[in-house]
Design a protein around this ligand. Structure first.
Ligand code: EPU
Length: 420
């Protein structure tokens, strides 16, 4: 079993280069199934979710060549089966994008129910509603999803809930449908714009991504023969920004889009941090104990749920009492118990957590319950006095490229250790 051993406290300083966005890349890879040809994707994060996505595509018949650690060329000319491998698709959430992409490409898909972080109920009713509106028949039986469509026909679709996954998935299914699809009450996250930009580069006609109405004019074919670079990871950037604040550090993040970081920047300023915005890089520093603040997670452009645990570390060290209201996931406060082992004073009740700020955290053995909880514990371990051992690393490795190397480069005393 592997664990991360962090010895603190350390004031993080220096430069970090932000990787390509995980939540964009895990949608771009299935989106290549819509292309009858070859394309190259660059700035891919080197994380386990991407490796699994590539394995799945290969099992479906795609040919993948790794040009470098962050670039692949993928040939989806011959897709030979519509049955996705159950053992691989159950390992992560984004396997649900195979449904939209394969309905578009082949009119058929059989895939296991998606896995991923346990954050409470994660229904896919809005995805199914969208596919059915386009003319597909989707059934869920014994842990498997079966989708079939003789023909997909564009139509207006209103999402009852703002959903990243459903917006992208329906967009994928609509790209090769006949006629025009509009998605109303669409999610607006940067990765939605990225998937639309990718598909448009390959010949799709998608307008309005990044607003709450997306219009997709169906096209006959996507041509491929193009190179696309994945958008920088908003959440990885936010993770390092909050790491700078929690450790009273001074970090400059390269390769980010600061426009995507506005809700985080605003909260950092509210807790007393300093930010210098250079458009494609950002400097964040802190020279005192954070102020108290209240947070409510919301769909983009609100404060992202995927940075809520990392912000929780900052508030656990805050000067006063803070409240976080988690409005997206019902079980995203499991990390608070781990922070309490480290000396934090947090009471979580349902979707609300109350933080009584403490001056210091102390090292302890802790368990990462999900991806972002794991990142929060790395930050907490760096800020805390003494030795923190973080277990359950498979969650962190799903979404952060080389987390210990990136933290070590900015001064953290962090090691990956294999335990018998
Ligand atoms: N929802 C429904 N029905 C649906 C779809 C969603 O009720 O058909 C609900 C969910 O239960 C949730 C809310 O709508 O309460 C929003 O869920 P959404 O569909 O937006 O989430 P997702 O697509 O499953 C993606 C990210 C998550 C991130 C959320 C919210 C990927 C692969 N995952 O999940 O990322 O938290 O959007 O921004 O893109 C992470 O990276 O750590 C992570 C969990």
């Amino acid at each position: 079993m592997e664990k991360l051993v962090v010895t603190g406290p350390t004031r993080l300083t220096g430069e970090v280069t932000i990787s390509g966005a995980k939540n964009a890349a895990v949608a771009l890879l299935p989106a290549t199934l819509l292309i009858d040809g070859v394309c190259t994707i660059e700035n891919l994060p080197n994380i386990s979710d991407i490796k699994i996505s590539c394995e799945i595509l290969e099992k479906l018949g795609a040919k993948i060549t790794w040009n470098s650690k962050h670039s692949i060329t993928i040939d989806t000319t011959n897709i030979t089966t519509t049955k996705a491998p159950l053992d691989l698709t159950s390992k992560f959430r984004a396997s649900y994008y195979l449904i939209g992409a394969m309905l578009g490409r082949k009119g058929e898909i059989e895939v296991g129910m998606p896995g991923g972080c346990k954050l409470g109920a994660r229904p896919i009713d809005q995805h199914i509603k969208g596919f059915e509106a386009l003319g597909a028949n989707v059934t869920v039986e014994k842990g498997k999803i079966y989708g079939k469509a003789d023909k997909l026909v564009g139509c207006p679709i209103y999402m009852d809930i703002v959903s990243v996954g459903a917006t992208i998935n329906v967009m994928l299914a609509a790209v090769l449908a006949k006629g025009t699809t509009t998605i109303d009450n669409a999610a607006k996250e940067p990765h939605i714009v990225d998937v639309a930009n990718f598909l448009n580069t390959m010949g799709a006609d998608i307008r309005g991504a990044g607003t709450d109405v997306i219009k997709i004019n169906g096209v006959e074919k996507l041509h491929g023969n193009a190179t696309y670079s994945v958008v920088p990871d908003q959440i990885e950037a936010g993770t390092f920004m909050l790491a700078a604040i929690a450790t009273k550090g001074d970090l400059t993040l390269k390769n980010c889009i600061t426009k995507h970081l506005e809700s985080i920047t605003a909260k950092i300023i509210e807790v007393g941090g300093n930010v210098e915005d250079y458009g494609d890089s950002i400097r964040v520093w802190m020279d005192k104990r954070p102020n108290k603040a209240n947070i409510k997670t919301l769909p983009y452009p609100g404060f992202p749920t995927d940075l809520q645990p990392q912000m929780g570390v900052v508030l656990s060290l805050g000067n006063g009492n803070s409240i976080i209201n988690e409005s997206i996931w019902e079980s995203r406060f499991q990390y608070t118990e781990e922070l309490n082992r480290m000396g934090a004073k947090i009471t979580a009740q349902g979707k609300t957590a109350f933080f009584e700020g403490v001056e210091k955290l102390y090292g302890a053995p802790v368990y990462s319950s999900d991806l972002r909880a794991g990142a929060a514990l790395v930050i907490a371990g760096t800020a805390a006095e003494g030795i923190t051992e973080i277990y359950n690393l498979q969650h962190i490795d799903r979404g952060y490229e080389n987390i210990e190397e990136k933290f070590r480069k900015i001064g953290a005393n962090i090691e990956r250790v294999t335990e018998e």
